[in-house]
Design a protein around this ligand. Structure first.
Ligand code: NAP
Length: 284
């Protein structure tokens, strides 16, 4: 065997553990990985994997070559560095060397989590994503838009290049299957266009034919609303600070990670919206 072949054998990925496989990005990573010919092992709580219970980690990881890591709630959450670092070290111990972490673009709080991954000894890639386009069509914001016809959010008039989670997933799978190319690299991905939250809601209104309103509130007022919906105080505090720091305008620029890795333009917010509208996502 030549040195090159040895190298390829060592970096070839055939079984990938997908955390968050029932969520927005993980479900697409699982689909894209299967389409790329990989065997996917979904690691969700229903399958016995829990980020908060280390005794569940070994069974999820053993025998795999790679993993896609999605920390629940937020990659910058206070417990994320320890959880991601701990899981990454356990993965390396078990021979699961190739790890791709979903992180967030422009989120300083996420950096300790990224460092914990890098210090684990893994062959790591960090994919820092902009706000997901699917935040409007899947997850906590949908019900309010659908039922009340409005979005109350602390996004002011700030513009954000919303990214399609399918592009995030395609980049993650390209990193997993790309051999050495993306090892020890950080890739920043965004959509192709800056939109304010008001403009995003206007595009959803146009696609659905409904009158929809965006109401900007302060992060603090938004926190009070979340608390009234029963979110635990420490989670509210974290999200208030996170939104205030992310939505101050410093992220209002495009990133070209999708083109760098996939050699094509990112999908547009309008396409995500038209597809979700056709599926009746925002039908009252
Ligand atoms: N939203 C954005 O715009 C954005 C942008 C950049 C980065 N991010 C990052 O994206 C991540 C969230 O990813 P996502 O939106 O793809 O996920 P998601 O749709 O919020 O789904 C969360 C996933 O985590 C799993 N999960 C929750 N608690 C768990 C636990 N204790 N143990 C094991 N699995 C658990 C859930 O699976 P089960 O409930 O089935 O167990 C589910 O699959 C966060 O780290 C966030 O920082 C988000």
């Amino acid at each position: 065997m030549t040195q090159n072949t040895e190298h390829t054998e060592r970096t070839r990925v055939s079984t990938v553990v997908v955390t968050g496989a029932s969520g927005r990005t993980g479900s697409r990573v699982a689909a894209a990985a299967r389409a790329a010919g990989l065997t996917v092992r979904a690691a969700t709580r229903a399958r016995g994997f829990d980020w908060r219970d280390r005794s569940t980690w070994e069974a999820a990881l053993r025998g795999a070559d790679a993993a896609y890591l999605v920390h629940p709630l937020d990659v910058g959450a206070p417990d994320a560095p320890e959880a991601v670092g701990g899981l990454a070290r356990e993965a390396v111990r078990l021979g699961v060397r190739r790890l791709v972490l979903l992180s967030a673009r422009g989120e300083e709080r996420a950096r300790p989590t990224e460092r914990a991954l890098a210090e684990s000894g893994a062959e790591w890639t960090v994919v820092r994503a902009a706000w997901f386009a699917q935040n409007f069509s899947e997850g906590p914001l949908v019900e309010e838009i659908r039922a009340a016809g409005e979005l109350v959010f602390p996004g002011g008039a700030v513009r954000e290049p919303f990214v399609d989670v399918r592009d995030v997933a395609d980049v993650a799978v390209a990193a997993l299957t790309g051999g050495e190319r993306y090892v020890r690299r950080t890739v920043e991905v965004s959509g192709p266009r800056l939109l304010s939250f008001g403009e995003a809601i206007a595009e959803i209104a146009a696609a659905t034919g409904r009158e929809l309103v965006y109401r900007a509130v302060s992060a603090r007022d938004y926190g009070e609303r979340m608390a009234a919906f029963g979110l635990p105080p420490e989670e509210v505090e974290f999200l208030v600070e996170l939104f205030a720091s992310l939505l101050d305008g410093h992220n209002a620029h495009l990133s070209d990670g999708v083109r760098q890795v996939l050699g094509r333009a990112p999908r547009d917010f309008g396409d995500v919206v038209r597809e979700a509208a056709a599926d009746g996502v925002w039908k009252p």
